[in-house]
Design a protein around this ligand. Structure first.
Ligand code: LLP
Length: 425
């Protein structure tokens, strides 16, 4: 459920008409709904109820400060994969003590900064990283809380580019090697082993792979217990899918119920804090990308609706052949409908937002691409020297600009010309 609905044929974000936002802020423009973000976050906390838990929103899905701040105000933790994401969380008022740090190649300076601000846990993905973290913590004279990210070798049944829990993937420590790596971690003086972590992929629409992964993690935890290693938290990563078209992913409440049932057989389950790292399921359907039709271009074999948003603004269709709904902002207009490929101005054949969409549109009309709140703006680039779009957040009747549209001079900020040849060096 989200808060983007038609009222008398006009598409609204909460109580604000998208056409008004386009007038005030121009297009292309990302529009987020605060109420939807909050609702999706609360779906997790309510699903977990009294069980000790921490929802660490995956910053990579949508890293806008306003988004992070809305979640921080609700008490969210954050899953980060770079020091840039850490600084964003801090800027947005997030609590570093609720931050977990994932990623396969954390650099020493990143580890040092995360230790300095006192994050909750490092999700360590390899043996060399473990040694490096110990060394950095030693230099700073502190102890680093660690969890090992294991790769449980389960098939998440999702797009190969966003599947992460198979043994062919670069992520995590093979589950069979984990006992030895835990033993090593326990030996290292500047590490404190606190948890176990996995993340098997993104946009999962079934609970079975999550439950398989949990079973494997519990077996590993039994083995660790025999080895005298007792953990205080279990981090099951993110990955819960959303409805883009006709997918029927489990609701967080079903997902949590099934996990808690499975977990109940673990001796001490009630004291084991569960961590989750959801990104898409919180942010995707809390955002749309607003774009205007520049031209309609009827062709011999295809009709094109050329819009002012492009693959640099929204990469998912070009990169994953992803499908996201494209709908008119004003459905009251009398228009002939036709089947269009909705394409952008970028000079690439792969620059499309949607293919073969039946639309009743004319040049100048506004369209909204749905489910664009996650992996939308964060994956935007300046390709073709296009300034990145504005981001707006609606909160009830109010509409706030949360990132201004880039200006021309932003495009070359930081660049420099060579000096005249022969000039002194
Ligand atoms: N935790 C870790 C360690 C991750 O790698 C990810 C996502 C998440 C949590 C959040 O997963 P989510 O709940 O959002 O599924 N750009 C792709 C998605 C890449 C996801 C990468 N990792 C897309 O647009 O579909």
């Amino acid at each position: 459920m989200d808060h983007f609905n038609y009222r008398d044929g006009a598409l609204f974000a909460e109580n604000v008409a998208l056409s008004r936002i386009a007038e005030e802020h121009g297009t292309p423009c990302y529009v987020y709904s605060r109420a939807t973000l909050e609702r999706h976050y609360r779906a997790y906390t309510q699903a977990l109820g009294e069980h000790p838990h921490l929802i660490c929103y995956a910053v990579k899905a949508n890293a806008n400060l306003a988004v992070l701040n809305v979640l921080a105000r609700l008490g969210a933790g954050f899953d980060i994969v770079s020091v840039g994401e850490l600084e964003r969380v801090l800027q947005a008022g997030g609590d570093p003590a609720k931050v977990v740090f994932s990623g396969v190649a954390k650099q020493p300076a990143e580890l040092a900064r995360a230790l300095e601000v006192g994050i909750k846990c490092f999700n360590v993905e390899s043996r060399p990283e473990l040694e490096q973290l110990n060394a950095v913590a030693g230099e700073l004279g502190v102890t680093a809380p660690v969890s090992l990210r294991v790769n449980p070798d389960v098939d998440a049944g999702t797009h190969p580019y966003i599947s992460t829990g198979l043994k062919d993937n670069k992520f995590g420590i093979a589950i069979g090697d984990a006992p030895a790596v835990y033993a090593r971690a326990a030996e290292l003086a500047h590490l404190n082993v606190v948890g176990l972590d996995c993340h098997i992929g993104s946009q999962l629409t079934e609970t079975a792979p999550f439950l398989d992964a949990l079973d494997r993690l519990l077996l590993l935890m039994e083995r660790l217990r025999e080895d005298g290693i007792e953990l205080s938290h279990l981090d099951l990563g993110g990955g819960l899918g959303v409805t883009y078209r006709d997918e029927t992913p489990p609701h967080p409440s079903d997902y949590a119920r099934q996990l808690l049932e499975r977990l109940a057989r673990w001796d001490g389950a009630e004291n084991l804090t569960l961590l989750f790292e959801p990104g898409r399921s919180i942010a995707a359907n809390a955002g749309v990308l607003l774009t205007r039709v520049a031209f309609l271009k009827p062709g011999e074999s295809k009709n094109f609706a050329i819009v002012d948003a492009a693959m640099n603004d929204q990469l998912r269709p070009a990169l994953y052949d992803a499908w996201q709904a494209i709908v008119p902002v004003d459905a009251r207009k009398e228009r002939e409908s036709a089947v269009y490929d909705v394409v952008g101005p970028v000079c690439e054949t792969g620059d499309f937002l949607g293919k073969e969409r039946k639309l009743a549109v004319a040049a100048g009309d506004l369209l909204a691409m749905r489910s664009a709140g996650a992996y939308g703006f964060v994956m935007a680039s300046n390709y073709n020297s296009r300034p990145r779009p504005a981001e707006v957040m609606v909160d009830g009747d109010a509409c706030h600009l949360v990132r201004r549209r880039e200006r021309m001079e932003d495009l070359w900020a930081g660049e420099a010309l060579l000096p005249e040849r022969g000039a002194s060096r």
